[in-house]
Design a protein around this ligand. Structure first.
Ligand code: ZN
Length: 311
């Protein structure tokens, strides 16, 4: 295959945020630095490194500002942080993040349980963040990751019309990108195709990342379905860190190693060296002793003669 024929996929590593905040152990700051450095060395160029929330709610993220300050020293890396509100956004921008992501639930019940705000109140919060961003850091993109877009453990089904209407409202509020998250691991490939197709029809290029979970084993199938309908950015977590509490033995987030293997094996370019990616499990495991990590590719090893598409 000619190099110019290769399509590019962006893998957005969320382990240091999504993974670390879902486990009970706290990774020491120095180990976070080593892990992020190893992810960067493997070729990852977008990493969600922290969540700016009160340390008493999430002690795993108490060092968020220090972690951001370390990560922004890695050239060419887009450093992302999750922020649930304006105060978090201010702290993240002050620390120097390149991009912020805000969780907004499609499910009213999940929104109330998770952030104690209705969806409408969250949209209002997003407007405040965008206003503040416009004045103080106009070059920092604001993304919304719409949680429970494919179903909710509390509410059950989430109407597709609600997801699309909320996405349109968020774009009107000035958000640069809206991605869809399968927070609860309920999505199936047909639904993923349908919803991302509708999302792109509604908000065009502002349609953002697919954040899929592997709770029921459909994570990769759902990513492939999203790829087929034009999604080019995928969230995943090294070692699938952040096991799903509802399904022991199943990983929560899609496993980065398996996702990169799938795309590279298909002839797509991720920019990631899989062997170095697998090596990045060592600092993760050293920093969180005893925490299970997942992934079929690291266990099976790469097929004989396998070559990725590094430029
Ligand atoms: Zn996740």
């Amino acid at each position: 295959m000619q190099q110019s024929d290769l399509h590019t996929v962006t893998i957005s590593e969320v382990g240091p945020r999504d993974g670390l905040q879902s486990v009970s152990g706290v990774m020491p700051t120095a180990d976070k630095f080593k892990w992020i450095d190893a992810l960067y060395a493997a070729g990852l160029r977008e990493i969600e490194v922290a969540s700016f929330v009160p340390a008493k709610l999430l002690p795993q993220m108490a060092d968020a500002a220090a972690v951001v300050k370390h990560a922004v020293g890695l050239p060419g890396l887009t450093v992302m942080a999750l922020v649930p509100n304006l105060r978090g956004a201010q702290a993240a921008l002050e620390a120097g993040v390149h991009k912020i992501t805000i969780p907004v639930s499609a499910s009213q019940a999940h929104s109330l349980a998770n952030v104690r705000k209705t969806r409408e109140q969250m949209v209002e919060e997003v407007r405040g963040i965008v206003r503040w961003r416009n004045e103080s850091a106009p070059k920092v993109p604001v993304e919304v990751g719409m949680s429970t877009a494919f179903g909710c453990t509390i509410q059950g089904e989430v109407a597709e019309d609600d997801v699309i209407a909320l996405a349109a409202q968020l774009v009107q509020s000035g958000v640069d990108e809206v991605g869809l998250s399968d927070t609860t691991g309920m999505a199936n490939p047909a639904q993923v195709r349908r919803l991302f197709t509708r999302l792109r029809a509604e908000i065009g290029e502002r349609a953002g990342a697919a954040h899929m979970h592997n709770t029921r084993g459909l994570g990769l199938a759902n990513c492939l379905a999203a790829w087929d309908v034009g999604v080019r950015t995928f969230d995943s977590s090294l070692g699938g860190l952040g096991g799903c509490p509802y399904a022991p033995g199943a990983s929560g987030n899609v496993v980065t190693e398996d996702l990169v293997f799938m795309f590279e094996a298909m002839g797509l370019r991720t920019g990631i060296d899989i062997e170095k990616l697998i090596a990045a499990r060592a600092p993760l495991m050293a920093g969180l002793p005893g925490e299970p990590v997942y992934g079929m590719t690291p266990e099976a090893g790469l097929p004989r003669g396998f070559r990725g598409h590094l430029s």
